[in-house]
Design a protein around this ligand. Structure first.
Ligand code: FES
Length: 579
């Protein structure tokens, strides 16, 4: 560390702690009540440990332990660590959907960073929405930052069987309904599934986003897969704590890391891991915060030739723990790099390029991470659809869909709300057969509000009894990263914003053509104009408060569902004094 007086002036925190006047007294004196001696305030980089841990977010409940390891690392490198809490977002417990609060949490993160005497931050994140929220806020604040994920849980185990987050819950709840297992067995399985700290251990949205952190270069190598309960997760946290102090010295900021090249690497990685469709929305939002012009078309173009290399649930057999033992994300990144599918020079937080980080990665289990020449699933990138039903785009995950439905024309069966859909699918009088297309409206960013994970609608009970296991479903909603099916999501503009989805009626014909990337409503323009003239938007879900702010300012899914006034970054100039 350069301890010269000139260097001290360059530290942002010195605008607080370096003052030798009344205000300097305030700033130092009040912190000294925690036992910090005077030398802590004399030119050490101040590192915020941005902690999204909460008992209400079980996936992040272990974060105080991880924060301690970050703290050790910061101290070892000569920094001054200060931990602070930010909003936490528990995916399974928050209603109506944690996504409603992603932007709110990102504002909390951004403003907390900017308002305090910080020179750099380590971001502790894990459960689905905490990762994009912290990245979005830190990107807008643009102080040196490292993302540290909390890590996935250990494999779920119940009566000798491996069970995976989300994926196995669905099958066991159906067994309970069918009387095949007792409520006591159900409770026993609950404890077996979530038997350690950490987030969902399938390749759902949390593991996908932890992989995005690593692929973007904003996290340390191996960030994606080390289980939360593995001591190496703590080692990674400690190394991040050491490294962030150097990053402050180097003034290496998110805007230096989160380049277009980094996002292209992330998009190809998303295809190679068969990742969650939710990552599309989150990556678009993060890119928007650093001024990168990322579009839905980028996802289709860059992911189109990439194979899925990992045999992980929900589409495969294994879990994140297996992925780590097989070599983890560095093996996947190396495979991409060897085939010209990685921007090798993209910088990462450890000061090395992404290729330098992964070029010697070894695969220890080719069943879990398959060779590129014999992939788990070929050409698995998320496909982007457009057409008169989705002028601004929609997404589908072909690897989770039925091949025979990739080109299909069917009769629309329309649900105006998720409540109507839930009631109708159990009604044996519902006029529907397996060739129909289920259409759900008003579940987009404004419509739900918050864009709930309801796009993978349950199939009608009477068709399930006939053995039907998949149908085309179309909506403006999202779906869980652990879900399956021929499900068209994120239709933009959404119905509540007046998109053509709002005009679909029962009996209309719709054609889905994934190879042609098309979603077409067979209703002519004149008829659509008549319907549009008769259409009135539904009343907003809230008249006041945060939900009203959200409805008024949220952008559509093709722009990441960020707030219009949050796009871009403001950096972290030292705020005005309050005296
Ligand atoms: Fe938190 Fe799945 S509920 S990651």
């Amino acid at each position: 560390m350069d301890d010269s007086p000139n260097h001290k002036k360059t530290l942002r925190s010195q605008a607080w702690f370096g003052r030798q006047d009344k205000m300097g007294f305030y700033y130092r004196s009040f912190l000294k009540n925690s036992g910090f001696p005077q030398d802590q305030f004399e030119g050490k980089p101040v590192i915020g440990i941005c902690n999204s841990g909460s008992e209400l977010t079980p996936c992040n409940a272990h974060f105080s332990a991880i924060a301690e390891h970050v703290r050790y690392g910061v101290l070892e490198a000569g920094g001054f660590p200060l931990e602070f809490p930010v909003s936490s977002l528990g995916e399974v417990t928050m209603r109506p959907t944690a996504m409603l609060f992603r932007n709110l949490a990102s504002m909390d993160v951004e403003e907390a960073i900017r308002a305090h005497p910080l020179d750099g931050v380590v971001l502790l994140m894990g459960c689905d929405k905490t990762t994009p929220a912290l990245l979005m806020g830190a990107a807008s604040a643009d102080l040196p930052a490292i993302g540290v994920s909390g890590g996935p849980q250990l494999r779920g185990v119940y009566r000798g069987q491996i069970i995976g987050s989300g994926t196995s819950i669905i099958s066991m709840s159906e067994q309970l309904r069918a009387g095949e297992i007792t409520i006591q067995e159900f409770h026993e399985a609950e404890g077996g599934m979530n038997r350690s700290s950490g987030h969902c251990m399938t390749m759902g949205t949390a593991s996908t986003m932890a992989s995005m952190v690593e692929a973007l270069g904003i996290g340390m190598p191996e960030n994606a897969a080390i289980p939360a309960a593995d001591a190496r997760r703590n080692q990674l946290a400690r190394m991040a704590g050491r490294r962030i102090v150097d990053m402050v010295r180097e003034d290496l900021k998110p805007s230096d890391i989160l380049t277009r090249q980094a996002f292209e690497n992330a998009i190809r990685t998303l295809a190679a891991i068969g990742g969650s469709t939710n990552a599309v929305v989150h990556l678009l939002a993060i890119a928007g915060r650093v001024g990168i012009e990322l579009t839905l078309e980028d996802f289709d173009r860059l992911g189109r030739d990439v194979h899925c290399l990992v045999d992980l649930m929900p589409s495969g057999r294994f879990l994140m723990e297996d992925f780590y033992y097989a070599g983890g994300l560095p093996v996947v990144l190396r495979a991409l790099g060897e085939r010209g599918l990685l921007n090798k020079d993209a910088p990462t937080v450890n000061g090395r390029s992404i290729w330098e980080n992964v070029r010697e990665a070894s695969c220890w289990n080719s069943e879990v991470i398959t060779p590129f020449e014999e992939p788990f699933k070929p050409e698995a990138g998320i496909a982007i659809l457009t057409g008169n039903l989705a002028p601004d785009g929609a997404v589908i995950k072909p690897s989770a869909a039925s091949p025979e439905l990739m080109r299909h024309t069917g009769r629309a069966v329309v649900f105006e709300s998720v409540e109507e859909m839930h009631h109708a699918v159990n009604d044996d009088d519902l006029d529907i057969d397996a060739s129909c297309i289920m259409v759900l409206k008003h579940c987009g960013p404004k419509g739900y509000p918050g864009m709930a994970e309801v796009g993978n609608m349950p199939l009608p009970a009477k068709l399930l009894r006939q053995g039907v296991r998949d149908m085309i479903r179309i909506s403006d909603a999202r779906m869980s990263g652990t879900a399956y099916g021929t499900v068209v999501l994120h239709v933009a503009p959404e119905a509540t914003a007046g998109g053509p989805l709002a005009l679909v009626r029962n009996g209309d014909l719709i054609t889905l053509d994934v190879p042609a990337r098309s979603l077409h409503l067979h209703v002519d323009e004149a008829e659509l104009a008549v319907r549009r003239a008769a259409w009135t938007p539904p009343a907003p879900h809230a008249e006041r408060g945060y939900t009203r702010l959200y409805i008024d300012h949220v952008l559509q899914a093709d722009r990441g569902a960020d707030f219009d006034f949050l796009v871009g970054r403001s950096g972290s100039p030292v705020p005005r004094d309050n005296h």
